[in-house]
Design a protein around this ligand. Structure first.
Ligand code: FES
Ligand SMILES: [Fe+2]
Length: 400
C-alpha cells in the first residue's frame, strides 16, 4: 500500500501556525472595555418581567454578577450580588416591603441601593448607614421585560420604542420571552455558551439559510429558504439590513428584509416566510464574553402559546432532547455558533464575498465603539421621546 507523504515544503499542514486571536474590541463587554462601554449606553433587557418576584434571581450581564428582585411594593431592583458590608451574596437575601435584606447581618437595601437598616448597629445604623450604598442600576418595565441601564447616569437615554410592539389591538397581546428558540430551537435553553457577536452577526448572514437550515440538516424552517438568494446589504442609521430576493418555484417573488440595530437588536421576519412585516424584536444580550442570552418580544394573537421550534428531521424532539449523534447529523444555529468557539478566532477566518454583511457589521460596530470612546453618543441612543421611536420595516415582502 502506498503511503501518502506530503511533499517536502508542502504548505497547508496545521503545523507551525502563528498565534490565533479574537478581536477583543468588538467582542469583550466587561466594565471598562471599549465594547462594554458602548453597550452600557443603551437600555438593555435583563428578565421577563413576570419572572421577577420576591425570590431573588442571580443574573449575570456584561460580565457583572447581579441580583434581580421585586420588593413587596412591586418595584423591581437590580443590585450587585455582593453585599457592600462584608460581601456575601444577596441571592440569599430576603425581599421585604422596602427592598432586599442581606442574610448575614441584616442590612436592608432599597431598589436604589440605599441602606435603610443596620440591625446590629446602634439606632439601626443611623448616622452611618447613609454613607454606604449597595451598587445598583436603574431599571424599568416595558413590553413585558425588565430593562436596565448600566451606563454613566448623566448619559441615560430615554427608552426606545419599536413600532411593531406599539398599539396592541383587541385580540392581540405582547409576548416576552427569554431563551434561544430563535437560534437554538429550544426554549428550555436560556444561555448560549459563546460570544454574543456570533449570534448578532449571524443575523446578517442570509447565506447560511439555504445550507445550515435547509439542505444540510433538512428543512428547519421552510423549503423556500433552499433557494440561493440574491442579497444586498445596506446601511441604516441605526445599524444595517439585508434584502434577500428569491423567486419561488410557484413564480412568486419575495424580498426578505432583516435588520440589526445597535447595540445588539435583531429584527428578523417570520421564519415561516409569512407575508408582511415581522412581529418580533430580539436582543442578543451578553452575559459575559463567552455567554449570551436572547430576549424576544413579539406581538401575537391573544390565543398564542409558545411552542418549541421543532426540527422536521427529528420529529417531536426539541434541541435538549437530541442525542449527541443527532446534534452532529442535524446541526442548527446552536451547533454552528457555539461550534465557532467561546469567542470566534477572527485571525483564522477567510471571509468570502458572501460575508459582505459580516464585514460591514463589524466595521459599523467598531465605528460606534470608537464614537463612544471619543466621548460621543452612539447611534440609537436618544434623549427625547419623540426621536426614540423606531419604525420597523423588516418583513417578507412579496412582490405584486
Ligand atoms: S455581609 Fe451583608 S449585612 Fe453583612
Ligand atoms: Fe440561523
Amino acid at each position: 500500500m502506498d503511503t501518502v507523504i506530503a511533499d517536502k515544503g508542502a504548505k497547508g499542514t496545521a503545523y507551525g501556525r502563528g498565534p490565533q486571536s479574537h478581536d477583543g474590541i468588538i467582542t469583550e463587554v466587561g466594565p471598562g472595555t471599549p465594547c462594554g462601554e458602548f453597550m452600557r449606553r443603551y437600555w438593555q433587557p435583563v428578565a421577563v418581567a413576570d419572572t421577577v418576584k420576591d425570590l431573588p434571581l442571580a443574573v449575570r450581564f456584561l460580565g457583572e454578577d447581579l441580583v434581580l428582585f421585586r420588593d413587596k411594593k412591586g418595584r423591581p431592583g437590580l443590585v450587585h450580588a455582593r453585599c457592600c458590608h462584608r460581601g456575601t451574596t444577596l441571592y440569599y437575601g430576603r425581599v421585604e416591603d422596602e427592598g432586599i435584606r442581606c442574610c448575614y447581618h441584616g442590612w436592608l437595601f432599597d431598589t436604589q441601593g440605599n441602606c435603610l437598616d443596620m440591625p446590629c448597629e446602634k439606632d439601626n445604623g443611623a448616622g452611618i448607614r447613609e454613607n454606604v450604598r449597595q451598587p445598583w442600576y436603574p431599571v424599568l418595565e416595558e413590553y413585558g421585560l425588565v430593562w436596565a441601564y448600566f451606563g454613566p447616569p448623566e448619559k441615560m437615554p430615554v427608552f426606545t420604542r419599536w413600532s411593531t410592539l406599539e398599539n396592541v389591538g383587541p385580540g392581540e397581546k405582547l409576548y416576552a420571552h427569554q431563551g434561544t428558540f430563535g437560534g437554538g430551537g429550544d426554549h428550555t435553553v436560556d444561555i448560549m455558551p459563546c460570544n454574543w457577536l456570533q449570534d448578532w452577526e449571524n443575523v446578517m448572514d442570509p447565506f447560511h439559510l439555504p445550507i445550515l437550515h435547509t439542505s444540510f440538516s433538512g428543512v428547519q424552517f421552510v423549503p423556500e429558504f433552499g433557494i440561493m438568494p440574491e442579497v444586498e446589504w445596506d446601511y441604516d442609521n441605526l445599524g444595517m439590513k439585508y434584502t434577500a430576493y428569491r423567486k419561488l418555484n410557484d413564480g412568486r417573488e419575495v424580498d426578505r428584509i432583516t435588520y440589526v440595530h445597535f447595540p445588539h437588536v435583531r429584527i428578523v421576519p417570520s421564519v415561516e416566510l409569512a407575508p408582511g412585516a415581522g412581529s418580533s424584536i430580539g436582543f442578543c444580550m451578553p452575559v459575559d464574553d463567552e455567554n449570551y442570552t436572547i430576549f424576544h418580544v413579539m406581538k401575537v394573537p391573544e390565543k398564542f402559546e409558545f411552542g418549541a421550534q421543532r426540527r422536521e428531521r427529528i420529529p417531536g424532539k426539541i434541541w435538549s432532547e437530541m442525542s449527541e449523534e443527532e446534534h452532529q447529523r442535524f446541526p442548527g444555529d446552536w451547533e454552528a455558533q457555539v461550534g465557532q468557539g467561546p469567542i470566534s478566532l477572527h485571525s483564522e477566518e477567510h471571509l468570502a464575498p458572501s460575508d459582505k454583511g459580516i464585514r460591514m457589521l463589524r466595521r459599523l460596530l467598531k465605528e460606534q465603539i470608537e464614537t463612544v470612546r471619543d466621548g460621543g453618543d452612539p447611534a440609537g441612543v436618544f434623549y427625547n421621546e419623540k426621536d426614540a421611536v423606531v419604525e420597523v420595516k423588516a418583513g417578507n415582502w412579496f412582490r405584486e
